[in-house]
Design a binder for this molecule. Structure first.
Ligand code: AMP
Ligand code: GLY
Length: 423
């Protein structure tokens, strides 16, 4: 069969790689893709938001299944466009992707269906926000309602900081119309874990857990980024917590969406905080995480095409999802200066060291080909991923591997997975 992947990051690289392992697949296309993806798929120069052009491409090339990796096209309704054209596509429709597209929507859903999350209020004007904050407890969390490249969440320690945040989001509109509404949320403490779940509208099946490191610098300092590294599984996500989440969070979430007439097909991503009062939902995403997908999919044993098709066909209950009894760690190599400003176009050396090396994977995020050489072309450049028998071994392997790759202004965190070293 022929498969089209929509997106251009490390997540789409690992998705394309996992698809390439399926004996059912003859040809993979990726739009727009990147230089690394180009080694296993044919990259197509169509942007992820050009829905009609993508659908035309899928029709003309008789694509059997399209897999959408990114949030923007999902929230924008790419799945609806494909379905109208009679094309098979894996991902939530627009009316379900709103779970990620609007934080006000997701908070209201959780409240209505008693899904554990932080207390909150939604405001629709800056004045309303300033008034509410006068009597609020600090720290407090401000969240722009819409998509903001993972940057629309501000944790404010004082009233002054919070007032400044309201100005940034709702008056200066730093995140555009994403700041027309804002969620003001209680601050929670605990360990964070990401659990990605396959969904077919009715059934929901969690994958193995992962933990991201969102801040730019060691010790969780610096600005929020798309994610600087991950490990899987999370040893803090115990069987007991898993049972609790299945019963009180995952199944109720897909049931709630169904009850609202918004059947969710695709990957429902739960950002969880393991608080003293039990697990609570920090956020939902409507797609695989990046770089969570890198550490989860290299451990998945199923043919991913079977799983995608079961989701699209409403038969996920027939799939026995299996993960290897090992661990994986992904360390992101970024361009110095990310997430604020950085230069691009530096040659990447050392990629050949990984050819055919078992247990090591280099997933490309921001890379391009220039005169036949790989060059940096984004903030997050590569996700160096390694597996090992346990987390400590996987971590040692991943960091060892980062030494083999070099480019000017290479930057990475040195404490990805440090939390696992003490247990
Ligand atoms: P989100 O995009 O909602 O996942 O938020 C980004 C990051 O902000 C999360 O990964 C958390 O580290 C942090 N965060 C979000 N909401 C809260 C909250 N209610 N309490 C504490 N931290 C939060
Ligand atoms: N790594 C977090 C995300 O994909 O949203």
């Amino acid at each position: 069969m022929k498969v089209l992947v929509v997106g251009s990051g490390g997540r789409e690289h690992v998705i394309a790689w996992k698809i390439s392992q399926s004996p059912k697949v003859d040809k993979i296309y990726c739009a727009p893709g990147n230089a690394g993806i180009g080694e296993i798929a044919q990259c197509v120069n169509i942007g992820a938001m050009e829905f009609d052009k993508l659908a035309d491409f899928a029709k003309e090339n008789e694509i059997d299944l399209t897999v959408v990796g990114m949030d923007d096209p999902l929230v924008g309704g790419i799945v609806d466009v494909f379905e109208k054209r009679g094309l098979r596509v894996f991902g939530p429709r627009k009316n379900a992707a709103i779970l990620e597209g609007s934080k006000a929507f997701s908070k209201e859903l959780m409240k209505k269906y008693n899904i554990p999350t932080a207390g909150y209020t939604t405001v629709t004007s800056a004045d309303e926000a300033y008034e509410y904050l006068k009597s609020a407890k600090f720290p407090i969390v401000l969240k722009a309602d819409g998509l903001a490249l993972g940057k629309g969440v501000l944790i404010c320690n004082t009233l002054e900081e919070a007032n400044e945040g309201v100005k940034t989001i709702m008056q200066d509109k730093q995140f555009g119309s994403a700041g027309d509404k804002m969620v003001i949320e209680e601050f929670m403490t605990g360990r964070e874990v990401s659990v990605l779940c396959f969904c077919d509208g009715t059934h929901i099946v969690p994958m193995t857990s992962a933990q991201d490191h969102k801040r730019a610098q060691d010790g969780d300092k610096g600005l929020n980024t798309g994610g600087m590294g991950t490990f899987s599984p999370s040893p803090f996500y115990t069987d007991e917590i898993d049972e609790f989440c299945k019963k009180n969070i995952y199944q109720p979430s897909i049931d709630a969406m169904k009850a609202e007439g918004r059947d969710f097909v695709g990957v429902m991503f739960f950002g969880l905080m393991l608080t003293q009062d039990g697990p609570k939902v920090l956020e939902y995403n409507a797609r695989f995480g990046d770089p969570e997908a890198q550490v989860v999919l290299v451990r998945m044993e199923n043919d991913i095409i079977d799983v995608f098709e079961a989701c699209v066909d409403g038969k996920l209950d027939e799939i026995d999802l299996k993960f290897a009894d090992n661990a994986a760690v992904c360390v992101v190599l970024a361009s110095g200066g990310y997430p604020v400003s950085y230069e691009k176009g530096f040659e990447i050396r050392g990629l050949d060291s990984f050819k055919d090396k078992d247990g090591y994977y280099v997933f490309h995020a921001g890379t391009a080909l220039k005169d036949g050489k790989f060059v940096t072309n984004g903030g997050r450049v590569l996700g160096v991923t390694a597996v090992g028998d346990d987390l400590k071994k996987a971590r040692a392997n991943a960091y060892e591997a980062t030494k083999l790759i070099d480019f000017e202004k290479k930057y990475m965190r040195n404490d990805i997975g440090k939390a696992i070293m003490d247990i």
